[in-house]
Every structure is written in C-alpha cells, then in structure tokens.
Design a protein around this ligand. Structure first.
Ligand SMILES: [Zn+2]
Ligand SMILES: [Zn+2]
Length: 339
C-alpha cells in the first residue's frame, strides 16, 4: 500500500509499505479522508515525531476485521481515534482520559495518511464510531478536531450571555468560536493579524474582529465588551499572542490555551492582575471518547457546518502540497487529503 512518510519537517514522501493485518480485536480501515492538522506542520512537533506517517483526523471504511470484533463489520464507515484511554484508571475515572497511562502509547498503524490503517483493539472497542449515512468521510474526519475544540470550550465554562474572544482565526479558531456560540456566548470577538482570516471569521459568524498588529487587543475587546471577555481561547503560542489575550479577560474570566507549546517557550505573565481578577488559566490538550461522541452528534445534526472550513482537497499522492498549503495559512483553512 501507499503511505505519506514525513522524513523531516517539510519533507514528505510517498512510500510503499506492507499493508498491515488486523490482529485479535483489531480492524483494518481503508482511509478515505484525512484532515491536515496544524500540529502536522508545526516544525518542532513534526521534528519530534519524524520519520513518521502523520495524519490523525481520520475517517474510512472497515476493510477487514480481526478475530473477536463484534461491533463493527467490513464495509462500515467509521471515524477512528488516534489514541484511546483504558477507561478504568484513576485518570479515566476523573474524566481526564488524555492523562490515562495507556493513552499516549496507543496509536494508529502506521498513521492516518496511508491507504490502510490498523486500529488497535482498545481503540476499536472504545473509540471507533460508526458514521451515519449522511455524514461524509470529511465530516467523519472532523470528529477529532471538533472533539478537541469541545473540550476547550467545556474548560472555558461558557454560559449564556458570555462574551467570548478567540485569538487566532484559522480553522481551530473558527471551530472554537462556533462551539462557544452553541454553548451560549452572545458576543464573539476574533483576533488575527491576517486580513483574510479576519474576513473569513466575519463570514463564519463572528460579531467583531480585531487586528492585533494595528491596535491593542485588550482595549479593542473592552470597546465591544466593557468588562472584557468571559471566555478567551488562545490558539497561537507566542508571548505576543498570549499576553494581550490574558489581559483581555473579564473579571473571573477563563483563558484556555489550545495548541501544543514548543519545549523551551516561556510566557512572561505578571500574575498580579490575573490574581486580583480571579482568572482561570487552563490548558486543553487533545480530547477523549466522550468528546468524540458529542462531536459526531454535532456534525451529524448539522449544528456545525464543518465542510465550510474545507478550502482544499488533494489526493494522497499530493500530501506534500497539502502540508505546504496548511502551513501557509492565510485563506487556507482545512486541507483534506482524500484517499
Ligand atoms: Zn489535530
Ligand atoms: Zn485510563
């Protein structure tokens, strides 16, 4: 079979690999749609994994089932999760499946960007979801990023009447905004230095946008919401993006940091103001089986028109181009690799 192997950041090659075979409890999925994630093109993140077959926002058709698989059959259309928790440990019981010791070692084999992927038994049992017939493979692949955004919106404790601020208006920023709106936010402000992304955010339902390279974000947010933003979502990780976002939070506001931060990155936060404003500063890393189910329900119900975020579709053979597009930002939102 063919797979897209990332040898180093920016170096993607289509290679021939042996088609994996499913063992007991496992399935083999013929991949149909893989959505490129920001992390697939973060140089430091890719460098930490390469050489590897990346791609973790995935949907496909079950091609073969191993012995003992009962709840999916060949021909079923499925979303499969890249990592899965045990469901029974202290972290799992606390509702923190991403911190389960079994979560990180689990994976897709060889990775999503391949013609066939072997899905481990725990993942088949706990986080392989059947796609309703009207949900496309692209919609199915969006289960993963939507699940991650849902967890972040949960962590921001958004409630009716909140003002929400999203810093960074790529596809994740738009998803966070949509979900904050569904959770009850009645004012949705976005910030991005890129004029194309600000325009897209307005077209996708944001009430106001700020150019942080032209005006100070906290003042701009206070101009439309005098108390500041009750829920703040920060997608970029540079101090230049993070510090003004914290400053824009309302008293008792919740600030959620969404993206992986490079090792060695530091944020010089002066805690005096966050302390006396009683802010909650939280990270939100990945998502688990509860969020993936809710994400699929939202996509299936039409409440989240995820396909509107797709700006490019390319075949597996052109994965290098798909990654370059995703890295380029600007008017590119989600790039789908179709297999
Ligand atoms: Zn991702
Ligand atoms: Zn566990």
């Amino acid at each position: 079979m063919k797979a897209a192997l990332v040898r180093a950041p920016g170096q993607v090659e289509i290679v021939e690999m042996e088609t994996p075979r499913p063992g007991p409890g496992e399935i083999l999925v013929a991949m149909k749609a893989v959505v490129v994630c920001g992390s697939d093109v973060h140089p430091w993140y890719v460098a930490s994994k390469a050489p590897a077959v990346l791609g973790h926002e995935t949907a496909g058709v079950v091609a073969e089932t191993g012995p003992g698989v009962v709840h999916v059959r060949s021909g079923d259309r499925v979303f499969v999760h890249h990592h899965v928790p045990c469901g029974a440990c202290r972290s799992c019981e606390a509702g923190e499946p991403v911190m389960c010791p079994e979560w990180k070692p689990s994976r897709l084999h060889p990775g999503g960007l391949a013609e066939y992927v072997r899905v481990e038994a725990p993942s088949v049992a706990r986080d392989a979801l059947l796609l309703p017939p009207h949900v496309s493979f692209t919609g199915g692949a969006f289960v993963e990023p939507v699940a991650c955004a849902l967890k972040a919106v949960d962590r921001a404790l958004v409630r009716a009447g909140d003002a929400a601020l999203v810093v960074g208006l790529g596809s994740n920023g738009l998803l966070l905004g949509w979900l904050a709106r569904l959770a009850g936010a009645d004012l949705l402000v976005g910030s991005d230095p890129d004029p194309l992304r600000r325009r897209l955010a307005l077209e996708h339902g944001f009430d106001a946008v700020v150019d942080p390279s032209a005006e100070r974000l906290p003042e701009a947010v206070h101009a439309v919401s005098p108390r500041g933003a009750d829920a703040v979502f920060v997608v970029p990780t540079s101090p230049a993006a993070v510090l003004p976002a914290v400053e824009a939070a309302a008293p008792a506001g919740r600030v959620v940091f969404f993206s992986p931060v490079a090792p060695g990155e530091t944020w010089p936060i002066a805690p005096n103001v966050p302390y006396f404003k009683d802010l909650t500063l939280r990270f939100s890393y990945s998502s688990g089986p509860l969020e993936t189910r809710r994400a699929l329900d939202l996509i299936a119900s039409g409440a989240l028109p995820v396909e509107r975020l797709v700006t490019h579709r390319l075949p597996l053979e052109r994965t290098a181009e798909a990654f370059a597009l995703a890295e380029g930002g600007g008017a590119t939102l989600k790039v789908v690799v179709e297999i």
